[in-house]
Design a protein around this ligand. Structure first.
Ligand SMILES: Cc1cc2nc3c(=O)[nH]c(=O)nc-3n(C[C@H](O)[C@H](O)[C@H](O)COP(=O)(O)O)c2cc1C
Length: 175
C-alpha cells in the first residue's frame, strides 16, 4: 500500500449506524482482534482488554446503557474495549491510569481499522453509563470500559463527514 492508498483507506471509513443482520465470522473476528494486539502501549504492558459480545440479549442491555442508541442493539457484534488499570499502574502508579486509557483507545482504533480492512463496518460508541456497562459485563473494579465498537455489515452514509481544516489543529512551535 503506498501513501495515497493509505490516505484513501483512512478517508473511506465512516461510522455506520444501520446494520444488516449479517454475522461477523470467526475468521473476521480473529483478524480484528489480532489487529488490536499490534497496537503500541506504554511500556508494552498492553493495559487493555476487550469483551466480545454477540448475544442479542446482552446487546439490548448495552444499548439501554448507551442511552438507547439503536446501533448498539442492531450491530451483530460489539467489542467493549476496556482499560486495565492494574496492568499499567503496577509499573507507572497514577500515570498508569492515563496510559491504560490511551492503550485501550489505540487498541480500539487498530480494531476499527481492522474492521474497515475486512470491508465490514463499525461505529465507535463512547456515550454510555459506565457503571451500567460494568454491571452488565461483570467487569472487575480495576477495569474501565472506554469504548463500545459496534461491528457488522451495514449501510454507510452517502457522504464523507467533514473535518476541520488541518490548520485549526496545528500550532507552529508554540500554542
Ligand atoms: C470518543 C468517541 C466517542 C463517540 N461516541 C459516539 C456515540 O456515542 N455514538 C455514535 O453514534 N457515534 C459516536 N462516535 C462516532 C463519531 O460521531 C464519529 O466518528 C464522527 O462523527 C466522525 O464521523 P465518521 O466516523 O463517520 O468519520 C464517537 C467517536 C469517538 C472517537
Amino acid at each position: 500500500m503506498d501513501s495515497s492508498e493509505f490516505y484513501e483507506f483512512l478517508v473511506s471509513r465512516s461510522s455506520v449506524r444501520e446494520y444488516t443482520g449479517q454475522k461477523v465470522t470467526a475468521e473476521q473476528l480473529s483478524y480484528i482482534l489480532d489487529c488490536g494486539c499490534t497496537s503500541p502501549s506504554a511500556g508494552n504492558l498492553e493495559a487493555w482488554d476487550v469483551v466480545v459480545v454477540s448475544s442479542e440479549e446482552v446487546r439490548e442491555l448495552l444499548s439501554d446503557a448507551a442511552y438507547q442508541q439503536p446501533h448498539v442493539r442492531d450491530a451483530p457484534l460489539l467489542l467493549v474495549v476496556c482499560a486495565n488499570y492494574i496492568r499499567s499502574m503496577s509499573r507507572y502508579g497514577e500515570r498508569g491510569i492515563l496510559y491504560a486509557v490511551q492503550d485501550a483507545t489505540i487498541a480500539c482504533t487498530s480494531m476499527m481499522l481492522g474492521v474497515h480492512a475486512q470491508r465490514l463496518h463499525s461505529c465507535w460508541v463512547g456515550a454510555f453509563d459506565e457503571e451500567e456497562v460494568k454491571h452488565i459485563l461483570g467487569l472487575p473494579v480495576h477495569v474501565r470500559p472506554v469504548a463500545i465498537l459496534c461491528v457488522g455489515r451495514g449501510h454507510p452514509p452517502g457522504s464523507y463527514t467533514e473535518r476541520m481544516p488541518v490548520g485549526e489543529h496545528v500550532h507552529d512551535s508554540t500554542w
